[in-house]
Design a binder for this molecule. Structure first.
Ligand code: GLN
Length: 275
C-alpha cells in the first residue's frame, strides 16, 4: 500500500495485510480511527472502510510515517494497567517506569504520603494512588499544560492526587512525605537519542536537563532531606549509565540501592534518610 493509495472500500483485513506500518501500530491506529476494539478488528475483519474512515486512517498513517509517536496520534498510552491521556505536553509513559511504581507500593507504609516530582502525565502518581487507595499522593510539575493532563488522568481513574505547579521543591509548603519519587529529565544535552524516533516529538524539558544529565537528579537529592519524613525513601529513575553517579549523589544516606528494569538495566536508585 503506497502512502497515497486510497483506503476507501478496502476491508480491515486488507488494510492490516498491506499497511506500511508494523502490525501492532496498524491495529492501534485502525482501532482508533474506526472506534473499534482489538477484538472487533478481528471479528469484523471483512468490514469495509467508508470514505471518511479511509481519510482519517490515511492521515494517521502519514503522520506516523513522518515519525509522530503512536501515543500522540491516539492520545492514549497504557501504564501499570491503566489508560492514560497523553499530549505532546507530556512525556509518553514508559514500561520501564513501572518499576518505580512497584518499588513505591512495596515500601510505602499504610496511610503513608508520596510526593511525585515532575509528574508529567501523572502516570506515576495516579498509578500509585490507584494501587494504594490508603496513600496520600501529591504531585508537582513546572508545566501548567502537563498538570492539565495529569489532573484529567487522576479524574479519569477516580483517584485523589494533590497537584501543584512548582519547579522541584520551590513551591512546596513545609511538609514531610513518607516517600519522594521522580522520573526527571536525565538525558545528557546533545545526546543523539534526542534527535531520533519518538523523542523528537516529546517535550525536550522532560527529557534532558540541557546539561550533564545529572543536574535535575542532583537538585532532587539536595532538596529531599527537607521534605522527607524520618527514614523515608527517595526513589529516582535515571539513565542506563547513571546508577553509579546517582549512588554517589546519595553519600551520607542509608540503604542506597539500585534496581534493574525488565531489560536488566539499573534504572532506579533509592535510599533512606535520617532527618
Ligand atoms: N527513559 C526515557 C528515554 O530514554 C527518558 C525519560 C527521562 O528523561 N526521564 O527515552
Amino acid at each position: 500500500m503506497s502512502d497515497s493509495a486510497p483506503l476507501a472500500g478496502r476491508s480491515l483485513a486488507q488494510v492490516l495485510a498491506q499497511s506500511p506500518l508494523d502490525p501492532l501500530e496498524t491495529r492501534i491506529l485502525l482501532g482508533h480511527a474506526l472506534g473499534l476494539s482489538r477484538v472487533q478488528l478481528i471479528t469484523r475483519a471483512d468490514r469495509l472502510l467508508d470514505a471518511g474512515e479511509a481519510a482519517r486512517l490515511q492521515q494517521l498513517f502519514a503522520r506516523r510515517l513522518a515519525g509522530e509517536p503512536v501515543a500522540y496520534l491516539t492520545g492514549e498510552r497504557e501504564f501499570y494497567g491503566l489508560d492514560f491521556k497523553v499530549t505532546p505536553a507530556v512525556l509518553i509513559p514508559r514500561p520501564d517506569t513501572e518499576l518505580l511504581v512497584e518499588l513505591v507500593c512495596a515500601r510505602l507504609p499504610r496511610g503513608g504520603s508520596v510526593l511525585d516530582l515532575g509528574t508529567g502525565s501523572g502516570a506515576i502518581a495516579v498509578a500509585i494512588a490507584h494501587a494504594r487507595p490508603d496513600a496520600q499522593v501529591s504531585a508537582l510539575d513546572a508545566s501548567a499544560a502537563a498538570l492539565d493532563v495529569a489532573r484529567f488522568n487522576a479524574a479519569r481513574h477516580d483517584v485523589r492526587v494533590d497537584f501543584l505547579q512548582s519547579d522541584w521543591y520551590a513551591g512546596l509548603a513545609s511538609q514531610r512525605y513518607s516517600m519522594i519519587v521522580a522520573n526527571p529529565p536525565y538525558i545528557v544535552a546533545g545526546d543523539s537519542h534526542l534527535s531520533q524516533g519518538d523523542l523528537r516529538f516529546e517535550p525536550v524539558d522532560a527529557l534532558t536537563d540541557h546539561a550533564d544529565g545529572l543536574s535535575a537528579l542532583r537538585a532532587i537529592v539536595a532538596g529531599a532531606p527537607g521534605f522527607l519524613a524520618e527514614g523515608g525513601w527517595l526513589l529516582m529513575e535515571h539513565g542506563y549509565d547513571q546508577a553509579a553517579p546517582v549512588r554517589a549523589l546519595l553519600q551520607g544516606w542509608s540503604q542506597v540501592e539500585s534496581w534493574r528494569d525488565l531489560a536488566g538495566i539499573e534504572r532506579v536508585t533509592g535510599a533512606t534518610r535520617r532527618v
